[in-house]
Design a protein. Structure first.
Length: 95
C-alpha cells in the first residue's frame, strides 16, 4: 500500500472556490481504480491550512493514476490555490 500526505496553505481569498474544488476532487479520486482512501482535512489551529491523505493499493495503481490527463488537470488546479510551498511525503507499507 502507498500512502501520500500533503500539507499546504491556500490563498485565503480563494477559500470558497478551493472548498468546492476539494469536494469534487475527493469524490472523483475515491472512484479511481486502486484508490483505497482519499480525504482533505483542515488544520483546526491554522486557518486555510490543509492536509491531504491518499492511500493507493500499490505503486502500479498510483503510477497509472498519475499518468492520466485528469491527474494533470487536477494537479494544475490544486496548485492554483496553494499559497507558499507545499509539503508532500510518500510512504510504502506491506499489505
Amino acid at each position: 500500500m502507498i500512502m501520500i500526505t500533503g500539507n499546504f496553505a491556500i490563498v485565503p481569498s480563494r477559500r470558497g472556490e478551493f472548498l468546492a474544488f476539494a469536494r469534487e476532487l475527493v469524490e472523483r479520486e475515491r472512484d479511481t481504480p486502486g484508490c483505497l482512501a482519499f480525504a482533505i482535512y483542515e488544520d483546526v489551529t491554522r486557518e486555510n491550512h490543509f492536509l491531504m491523505l491518499e492511500q493507493w493499493a500499490d505503486s502500479e495503481a498510483l503510477d497509472h493514476h498519475t499518468a492520466t490527463p485528469e491527474f494533470d488537470q487536477n494537479d494544475s488546479a490544486l496548485n492554483s490555490f496553494i499559497d507558499g510551498e507545499p509539503g508532500w511525503d510518500e510512504y510504502e507499507f506491506d499489505a
